[in-house]
Every structure is written in C-alpha cells, then in structure tokens.
Design a protein around this ligand. Structure first.
Ligand code: KIV
Length: 288
C-alpha cells in the first residue's frame, strides 16, 4: 500500500484487512526511534506500556502510570507524521470504573495527541470499550496473554491451549469487536487458534506470539533491534544494536583515554586577539 501524506486512519487499517494486506505494527517510546519507524511507512506505532520493562527497567508493566505514558506518547507523536499512534492504557487506569476508562482515554487524545488507545481484556472490558468508542476514540483490544494480568495468569504464559480458555478467547474477541474496537491484539495464543479468531472477527487482528494467521504483527522495537535483555520466543532480532552500541561506546572511551577525541574538527575557534585580551585581564596572582 502506498501511504498517502497524512496519518493512517482506522479506515485504512480496516481496508488493509479487507484487501488481505498484512499490517506491520511496532512499539516506540521516544521521538528519534518513532521518527525512523514513521519514515519506514509502518502504519501503526504503539506506545506500549512495555516501556515499563524495556525502557524503565521494571520487572512487569504494572508500575507504569498515565503520566509516564503521556510523557512518552507526546514524544512519539512529535516524531511522526504518517503512522497511526496508539497509546496503551496502563494498569488501573481503566479497570476500576467506566468513568476512569473514558477520562484516561480522553487524556491520551487531548494531552498526548495519539489517535487511538489500547486496553487489555475481553468480555470484562467490553462496556469500557463501547463507552470510549462512543466518545469518538478508537480502541484497540488486547486478549490472550495480557501482561497486566501477569499475577492472575501465573506468569507470561501462552493462553488458550485448553478448550475452556480457547473458547473464552473466541468470546473475548467477539465481545471486543461488538463493543466497537477497531482492531485487536492477540498475544501469546497458539497459532491455529489465533487464525480461527482472525477468520471469525471482521476487525484486524494484530498478533504477537500468535502465529502467521493474524492480519498483522506487532513487535517490541527493542526486541527486533537486539536491545532487550533477552529475546522472547515470539521475537526475531533483525540486528544486534547492543553489540553495535557497545563497540561505539568502547571506541569513544578508548579515544578519550588516549587524548584522540576531540580533535580540531570537533572544536570551536576563538580569534587570537580576543584570547590575548582575555589573558591580559587575568590577575597576576591567579595560576594560569
Ligand atoms: O505494551 C506493549 O508493547 C504491548 C504489545 C506487546 C502488544 O502491549
């Protein structure tokens, strides 16, 4: 798809599913990476609460707050022109009440300037999805291995291998679709079940650890760039930025120690006559 010189909309994403075009989604958390992703014509950028883990070093996404998400989302919006930006609603910003959910989704739109929000859950959050959509805010659903429920799930574990949970995931996807979501993330779900869900909903499914049968894929940018502490099974390292950065930092360190940096090329000049006048004003008893 040739992307027009405007932001991708939820209608474009819906059309991509209908036309059988795969949808690539990446996370971003800051201005410079978002700018690169945007220039690569990636249609959707998710400011994921995974930033709690890959940017802030927490063990889970649970400590992430609305203020943190808005701070990072603003930077991503400033770095982009084309991609549709989705803000990820953090833990406890939509679970307690519908009012909280609507208010916090609104903050994402008004304060951060994103075009859509994402929240985790299925049947249990359908009412919230509907109320947010009723306010004119596009919502991306997220079912399966939902990291904000890590303690309830007993870990970051694949969901839906057993009949009861597999059936529940299908019901969750349907509930989110019926509530008006524009797309839905399927995370940590067996590939054939994710493909079945994809065939049974009209909205685009975006998989992560859910096989090739989804309408699109999302990956955490740090994982594909080789910046994360470890690479999950569902991810692929397309480069090893940690090695590249290590080499650059070591080269810098070595040059500083050897006095090889900065050189004349990295320095600014001052006219000799100005310098002489400055020197002449230095009191004699001061060491030079
Ligand atoms: O927070 C995140 O980055 C996500 C994606 C992995 C779907 O929710």
């Amino acid at each position: 798809m040739a992307l027009p010189f405007k932001r991708v909309t939820i209608n474009d994403i819906r059309d991509m599913k209908q036309n059988g075009e795969k949808i690539a989604v990446l996370t971003a958390y800051d201005y410079s990476i978002a700018k690169i992703i945007d220039n690569c014509n990636i249609p959707i950028i998710l400011v994921g609460d995974s930033l709690g883990m890959v940017v802030l070093g927490y063990e889970t996404t649970l400590p992430v707050t609305m203020d943190i998400m808005i701070h990072h989302s603003k930077a991503v919006v400033r770095g982009t022109e084309h991609s549709l930006i989705v803000g990820d609603m953090p833990f406890m910003t939509y679970q307690v009440s519908v009012e909280d959910a609507v208010r916090n989704a609104g903050r994402f739109i008004q304060e951060a300037g994103v075009q859509a929000v994402k929240l985790e859950g299925g049947v249990n959050v359908a009412e919230r999805v509907k109320r947010i959509v009723d306010c004119g805010i596009p919502v991306m659903g997220h079912i399966g291995m939902t990291p904000q429920s890590v303690n309830q799930l007993g870990g970051h574990l694949v969901q839906g291998k057993k009949l009861e949970v597999a059936q529940k995931l299908l019901d969750d996807a349907k509930a989110v679709e019926q509530a008006g979501a524009c797309s839905i993330v399927l995370e940590g779900i067996p590939a054939r079940l994710a493909a079945l869900i994809t065939q049974n909903v009209s909205i685009p499914t975006i998989g992560i650890g859910a096989g090739a049968g989804c309408d699109g894929q999302v990956q955490v940018i740090n994982d594909i760039l080789g910046l994360s502490d470890f690479t999950p099974k569902h991810a692929k390292q397309y480069t090893k930025l940690n090695e590249i950065i290590k080499q650059a930092v070591t080269a810098y360190h070595t040059e500083i120690i050897a006095g090889q940096f900065p050189t004349k090329e990295n320095s600014y000049i001052i006219d000799s006559s100005v310098l002489e006048q400055v020197k002449a004003k230095i009191p004699l008893n001061l060491p030079l």
